[in-house]
Design a protein around this ligand. Structure first.
Ligand code: ZN
Length: 266
């Protein structure tokens, strides 16, 4: 299974795309969030991900930088259906708050020849903490990240080979979620900026964390691999090297600070 990082930035970036990724097994993939707009089309094209092979999308929360790209994904899938190049159905998993925004938004914005597939071939399905979801030979368990800003869900995925991957969304890990991530093989967590740059970017005021914080968490939880994303983009030229070094100063496992379109073999 491959982890294809489609975007690595926080909400307001202009030098990379907003954080979202695909978990790909053979040609099929699960999309997790879709970034903030039409850029998802370019990212998927560059990553050679075809809408014909997208049947599951997990939406973490209803912020612009995660949700608005879903409108474009739904549009693209609907167009693929109309071209006769899409088999089966698209399921968009999301919580009630997201569902009550994204489904009406898609229905309102898409013309009838595309919107007609919502409810027949394209389904928005409400998920709740503790729900078990299956796709691509993975078992996903949904959990609430207990966000203080907007209701947000993450997931713990058992991959086909038994490895465990945990997606914590785009906020620091709440203490009540730590047991879900303990001992995992892959920990995906946000790092708004470097700890060294905290006075420049002020992550704590925005309820975000730093590369060092994410790495300290991974060390404490015994995660084997750490993926840091959802960052600022002002230091993007040096991001991989500097974030990796800072994370390695407190964490003994393997650190990944991907650029957009990097692929990680799980
Ligand atoms: Zn975000």
């Amino acid at each position: 299974m491959k982890l294809i990082i489609l975007g690595t930035g926080n909400a307001m970036v202009t030098h990379c795309y907003n954080t979202c990724f695909a978990l790909q097994q053979d040609e099929e993939f699960l999309l997790v969030d879709a970034g903030g707009g039409n850029g998802i089309l370019r990212q998927m094209e560059q990553a050679k991900l075809s809408f014909s092979h997208l049947h599951h999308l997990f939406l973490t929360h209803a912020h612009t930088d995660h949700l608005l790209g879903v409108v474009w994904v739904v549009r693209a899938v609907a167009e693929t259906i109309n071209k006769g190049k899409y088999e089966g159905e698209l399921t968009v998993w999301c919580h009630d708050v997201s569902l009550n925004i994204v489904e009406p938004l898609c229905r309102a914005l898409l013309p009838g020849k595309l919107g007609k597939h919502i409810g027949t071939r394209i389904h928005f399905v409400e998920i709740r903490p503790g729900d078990k979801l299956q796709c691509l030979g993975m078992d996903l368990t949904v959990f609430d990240i207990f966000s203080t800003k907007a209701k947000q869900y993450g997931f713990r995925a058992v991959l086909p080979d038994g490895q465990v991957l945990v997606c914590l969304g785009d906020e620091p890990c709440h203490p009540d979620c730590q047991d879900l991530a303990r001992g995992c093989d892959w920990l995906l967590t946000e790092a708004f900026c470097l700890y060294d740059d905290r006075d420049i970017f002020r992550p704590y005021e925005k309820h975000h964390s730093t590369a060092k914080d994410g790495a300290a968490l991974a060390q404490e939880l015994g995660a084997k691999h750490l993926v840091l994303y959802h960052t600022e983009d002002k230091t993007i030229a040096t991001r991989k090297a500097r974030y990796t070094a800072e994370a390695q100063s407190v964490y003994a496992g393997a650190v990944f600070v991907p650029d957009d379109l990097d692929t990680i073999e799980l």
